[in-house]
Unconditional design. Structure first.
Length: 229
């Protein structure tokens, strides 16, 4: 006469972002006497569950199974809510689990827009800070990857930032010369966007030599009170 307990959800974690539009929903099995147990999975785009966009009944007859999952059909991008209840073989229906949410996001972030150093800029700072505009994205936080090369085709990267959360990065010490840089973004669902445009800057830490004077000659006398130097 005792209904099953509410199942405990496992994954996707509550609030998780994923680029898999056919995610597998996992739950822990419950402790129960009357086997087999039927688990009802419900997915809705409304947390109050006035309807179920997708549902499935899964029968489990193995008391020793710790957990199991069921794969949802293809879902549109957006936030989805899911919950599970159990029905034992005596006909007792348990309460729904807590509902969890996940976001399906299959769209990659836009290519970042570079800000500074300006394209073609000259600088005497050999550890320049490279900055770009943050991208607009649903699946946060967004990570950025900066690549720096002395070849505009990027057959290799002389320096790189790795994946970082900031929209600026200070390069390690660079030798004098022309450098090229670009940035790409990755959202929290795992989608990697395209590279930005490639910009260049020149590092020049060598001051100009002292100019050699020409005229008037050193110590020269002149009756021109507007001399040209």
């Amino acid at each position: 006469t005792v209904p099953p307990e509410a199942p405990a959800l496992v994954s996707p974690a509550d609030g998780e972002n994923t680029n898999d539009n056919t995610p597998t929903l996992w739950v822990y099995t419950i402790t129960e006497n009357s086997f087999p147990v039927v688990y009802h999975f419900a997915v809705s785009d409304d947390p109050s569950f006035p309807y179920e966009n997708w549902s499935a009944d899964i029968t489990i007859d193995d008391p020793g199974l710790p957990s199991f999952g069921v794969t949802v059909w293809a879902l549109p991008d957006g936030v989805w809510y899911w919950r599970v209840y159990a029905r034992d073989n005596a006909g007792n229906v348990g309460e729904n689990s807590d509902y969890w949410s996940f976001r399906v996001d299959t769209v990659a972030p836009a290519a970042p827009v570079l800000v500074s150093p300006a394209d073609g800029e000259n600088t005497n700072d050999n550890t320049p800070t490279l900055s770009w505009q943050s991208v607009v994205e649903n699946s946060l936080p967004v990570l950025y990857y900066v690549a720096v090369s002395d070849n505009s085709e990027f057959p290799y990267e002389n320096e790189s930032s790795g994946w970082i959360t900031d929209n600026s990065w200070t390069a390690p010490e660079l030798r004098d010369g022309v450098w090229y840089w670009r940035v790409r973004a990755k959202d929290n669902a795992g989608n990697e966007g395209d590279w930005s445009d490639v910009w260049s800057f020149r590092v020049d830490t060598v001051p100009p030599e002292a100019p050699a004077l020409v005229s008037p000659a050193d110590g020269e006398n002149t009756n021109d009170n507007t001399p040209t130097l």
